[in-house]
Write a new protein. Structure first.
Length: 94
């Protein structure tokens, strides 16, 4: 199932998200539920819920029938937190 998911992400979802300066990353896959987060320009976008429902969830459930659900995890990525801490540290050193 993981190979099918990756194929759909690579071929169907990634090109569209990339055209908007974003992407997605899988957070977890368990019990037939795929949890993911949007990254790049797509993270925090007002249309994130629409993108999830009308693109990501639709494509994955259509092409990977073993999936029961696809869920957007709206959290701050560790990369973003690390970058914010780095910037604050530089600012405090001045």
């Amino acid at each position: 199932m993981e190979n099918k998911i990756q194929k759909v992400i690579t071929e169907k979802i990634h090109p569209l998200l990339e055209s908007h300066g974003g992407d997605m990353e899988v957070v977890d896959l368990s019990d037939g539920v795929l949890r993911f987060r949007l990254i790049g320009q797509c993270a925090g976008c007002p249309a994130a819920d629409l993108t999830t429902e009308h693109l990501i969830k639709t494509e994955l459930l259509e092409h990977v029938p073993e999936l029961k659900d696809v869920v957007l995890v709206q959290s701050v990525s560790t990369h973003l937190l690390d970058e914010a801490q780095r910037i604050l540290k530089l600012r405090n050193e001045k």
